[in-house]
Design a protein around this ligand. Sequence first.
Ligand code: ZN
Ligand code: ZN
Length: 1013
Amino acid sequence: MLFLPFEAVPLIFYWDGFFVLKTLQWNVYNSLTMSDSPDKNKAGFEPVSPQVNFPELEKERLARWYSEGIVNEYLHRNDQSDKYFSFMDGPITANNPMGVHHAWGRTYKDLFQRYKNMQGYKERFQNGFDCQGLWVEVEVEKELSLRSKKDIENLVPGDKKASIDKFITLCKERVFKFAQIQTEQTKRLGNFMDWDNSYFTLSDENNYMIWHFLKVCHERGWIYKGRDSVPWCPRCETAISQHEMLTEDYKEAVHESVFFALPVTGEEYELLVWTTTPWTVPANVAVAVHPEWTYGIWHEESLNRKIVILESGDWEEKVDPTKRVFEFVKGNWKKVGQVKGIELVGKKYTGPFDNLSAAQKAALEGPNSFHTVIPAKDLVTPHEGTGLVHIAPGAGSDDFKLGKMFNLPVIVPIDDAANYTNEFGPLSLQNAKKHPEIILDYLREQKFALATHHYKHRYPACWRCKTELVWKVADAWYISMDTVDPTDPQRQTLREKMKLVAQKITWLPEFGLDRELDWLSNMHDWLISKPNRYWGLALPIYECKKCGKFEVVGSRDELKEKAVEGWESFEGHTPHKPWIDEVKITCADCGETVERLGDVGNVWLDAGIVPFSTVKNHNQGDPLYLSNRAEWEKWFPIDFITESFPGQFKNWFYSLIAMSTVLENENPFKTVLGYGTSLAEDGRAMHKSWGNSIEFNEGADKMGADVMRWMFARTNPSENMLFGYKNADETRRQFHLKLWNIYNYFVTYANLNNWQIGESSELTPLDKWILSRLNSTLQSVTRLFDTFDSQKAAAEIEQFVDDLSLWYIRRSREREDIAFYATTYEVLVTLSKILAPITPFLADHIFTNLTSEKSVHLADWPGVKTELINTDLEAEMSEVRKIVEIAHAKRRDAQIKVRQPLMSLTTVTNITFTHDLNSILTEELNVKAWNHTKGDEQSLELDTTITEELRKEGDAREIMRMIQDERKKLETAMDELVNVALPAWPEEFEELIKRKTLISNLAKGEFAVTRIS
Ligand SMILES: [Zn+2]
Ligand SMILES: [Zn+2]
């Protein structure tokens, strides 16, 4: 006799929040009670546990996928196909374990590659790691507790080259270590990739391909050396490029600002100037005013001082700069005169640090412009300060530009670590950022300062180490955005070309294009050099110190050919410091021996080149771009990339477009799916210190990767998402468990009924309806996946599973025909294929149990059976469900339970029912008859009269429910007979009650259900 524990065959299922009894079917009852044959289970599905543990199930699947070679079969199933789907992985920084926010993008990446694989496209499945750059250096420095560049260069005491070599080796090791960790994490997420052939941006071919790119830029005359005031991190001692300055790296900072007065030569008044960066005052060379605005002269008798501040101008808003200034500059100030801005222009003034050699040198350098008032309409605002602006070209980028315009001398106040240089007397070697008080104290003592106050503003910080940035004048190398391309007959600039290329791309969401164009319109030239650092692309720029000519080397072979020194020491090493710097070449103009520029490259060069450097046959060997262009063109432009939007417009998307425009004048990718930021459930960013961050492995093991993936696939990519355990629980309950219950129900009863795959009988309208829904869902999902819209696709699937659960299975629970099993089987097998890209674990579990095939991930994407789509039937069923909803509400209003049968329902709606849905409606509503007519006046009437006959039937159903509840409490086996005592029961229903609740002996007495043994 077949025996199943009660837990494995729940008699009671949850549907839509309330209990529904699954009563035993007569044939099942017979097979249980009258047959001892052990081999009735023809279907032979593995029994399903209702207490499913998804993370455990996932681990079991994961082990199987690798041990049985399923991943490998999956990767190569379309090797012979001539359809290509080219995906490019945006390289993840291999510097830390992956976070849950990375899992968002990785879900899309896997999802769409899986979908295309099922559709028969040949793919590369290459995963990428971003390896070089300051981010890695900073972490290695932390590990070794290094505090400065000096520490790095003394890792091997007294041997700088060996020290740098060791540091570079440690950077590489760190990258490989975390690449391995991230690989394991991504496997856990369910992704199938060609793990053995991931690309690393530190590879020789990646670095040399960038050389090739830079050489092309140089040939067009786009590479130049500039001197500019650049954002600078004093801890990392390097320039921070405009690309790297993200809004999130600005932080709220409070600085002590100062109002200081500068005596005007030949006048009684002083210029009142305000700055939030007092450390830059020693670098002051000019004061800017608005030439058309009016300034007031104010006198304070007890101080015996007169100051000039902005008074009025043609600004529209009601702002009074004088009032704001006197809020801080205390005293009994009285207005004694006026002066136009233009009258101030050209006046000379005395500065607080004029005795220092830096100032004296600047005075000699620009005797006409030093400490002079200059006009600058754009810099002067009535909203801030005094209307007189402190100009220090050596310490600010606007100031630097203005300095060029007015030919101002430049005082560079600080060194790479933000210490005052040795031209600043007592200030020398003091740290400008750490000790602003040395300036403030001096200004107060020397009576320059009239007031100071704490000022809160948003101030940029280093994106890696969070140190506040300074602006520093430095030599830097750029790619020009606005120099015309000499090889281009249309004489376009790189900026113009890039904007055209960006418009060829499909941006999802659509606003991506505007964001990219906005960046392309406003960005400066591309700063490609990073001074003073170690771990990065060796910029192949060789600048002659003697004559100034520079050369860009475009390949390893070219360097070898030009090398006049050091090739032997370099040979056998990767093109990194310190070994690459051994190689020297000769200046083509003057014959001088020239060494490589010490700088490393901007990291986005590394990631932008990957469409050229990483596309290889089976992800191995030489890049196809240079070795087999015809084959490379099959993969280029890339069909699809997906990354988180914030930052990437300036970074990866930008560098991909720039490099592809230079090399091919072509869009690097056809479609980009961008997505927002994942936040914690409290709506804040995830931070370890705030206790709201979720570590990936922990998240996967607690919520399950499939639940995580569903959340990501289902979310709106253009918005930020809230990610956490509460949402995960809700998702699991709403989707995964609902599906599991259906699957469990099917397997349980298909096994019990000995249903065999292929067996069927005539389909009911309900069966036809769910098969129509299945195929129309499949049709929509296919269309949505084709446009990379997983959000709507997942919503369609959710709706379908709801229909399946809340209507099809629910309405089928009394059925005894095998058409039900045949239909549900077809639905579940097809559904598992549709789900395979989103929930690879659950889909594979269901599929393999139902089909005994190896894996759903080796299956084809199902074709839509359009002949099964019946839109009329779907519309009619939808109408039935609407009617049912209203009728149930009427029952509730009349306080009549669903178990109480009623005589009839009469409806008028504007629909004619062409399918026989009568029994579906009457059974659901527990009414004896349904009368429907088509008409414009819609109405619904439920006959609530309860006759004696109806009451008895209702009582019988109530009794059955009570007995089932007791059986559940007693934990009886589903096939276990029980004895029941009842005070009374309607005799005409006695047989039904006994049969449906498996009663051996029914006796009169107080209500009780007892086990027989
Ligand atoms: Zn830094
Ligand atoms: Zn030279």
